[in-house]
Design a binder for this molecule. Sequence first.
Ligand code: ADP
Length: 144
Amino acid sequence: MKVLFPGSFDPFTLGHVDIVKRALSLFDEVVIAIGYNENKVGWMPVEERLSTIRRLYASEPRVVVESYTGLTVDFAKEHGITAIIRGVRTTADFEYEMQLADVNRQLTGIETVFLPASPQFASLSSSIVRELAHFHHDISAFLP
Ligand code: ADP
């Protein structure tokens, strides 16, 4: 079975790597989908996120990397995917993810699987990495 791992991945961190690794133990194929808004400029251009993540999984045929705009469930349906995987770090993540998962299931029947963040990555977020980079700190310890 195929699972969709959607996110902004701006940038793709070790926390994301951990979710993909664990998703591969549960599903046959993981489609990493970089969602972006055409009207909003990201920190890292979408094309660069795409090529960086593709390079990372170049030797893993069970991982596919795509980008999309619009609703995640529309992308999932277009690609014949019926399950979404998301990482959950905090109770705030959980509340937001519950709402998303519920709406997505009501709209399309697509189910969401939550993976609890591994403790060593539970405080890691793309926004913290961007903040550190903004102030010229070395972010290499947080990236694959
Ligand atoms: P979004 O903008 O959709 O939240 P992100 O790129 O921030 O996109 O995150 C994508 C997914 O990865 C989300 O499910 C998020 O909870 C999860 N995630 C992000 N960082 C971590 C982490 N350190 N550990 C586990 N899951 C994470």
